[in-house]
Ligand binder design. Sequence first.
Ligand code: PAF
Length: 278
Amino acid sequence: MQVVESIQEMQLLSQSWKTKGCSVGAVPTMGALHEGHMSLVDLCSQNADKLVVTIFVNPTQFAPGEDLDKYPRTFDRDKKLCEEAGVDAIFFPSVSEMYPGDSTSWVSEEILSQGFCGGSRPTHFRGVTTIVTKLYNAVLPDVAVFGEKDYQQLQVLRRITRDLNFPIQILPGPIFRESSGLAMSSRNRYLSEQERKDSLIIYKSLKEAASRVEENSDLKAIRQFLTDEISSVGGNVDYIETVNADSLEKIDVAQGSVRCLVAAHFGPARLLDNIQLL
Ligand code: PAF
């Protein structure tokens, strides 16, 4: 397995694989890899000949005061996990490699990125779409895998990939959960033991909500149920929304493909989860 730090070297490696007729798959991450990431790696390996995991804690998707500095950085462990998973290369650039001091260009998506996580983190998605575009241009993948846990991010990235004509197939990776039901996230390590227990209400109540919803159900009542459940154990709800699973338009009556999106704070951790309701 190679660890590649320069964009040019990464492009050359990818091009050399393609010349030999191999397809290239990318799993973009910010490191601190866990089983959820490794399930994305596994999915990617089933759909591409060569496998690149990118590890880059992207400063532009963090606002001032967010957890950029304390975001976990565990490169040695990540490298071992990638080696064991048969990854061909880790793309591990520095901040100055990805953002030379005089960078002034951005990529933004202007509809799907509004509201939800984009409402509470107004500069977040511009950072995500910019870095993913730059990672595409470095790795030159044929396939890229993103997790469904960050559901809005997945839809935004699908949209920019389509709109900007990247010849890249996006594969969504199902949410990977701890045995308790908590959706895996690098930020789960911020939770105390009690907060970890309390946060299980998110998935428990989402499952209950999914079992209650049928065609034409009142989704306002479902959202209220979820708000009450999560608040009852001290969770601080950022948003709970019921949306069309493709367009992310908010909906109040269950029809078509409905996804329920949740973001809630438990102590220092802002946790995301979601479920298909219909
Ligand atoms: O989901 C993440 O880990 C990040 O937002 C991503 C897609 C790697 C961009 O930095």
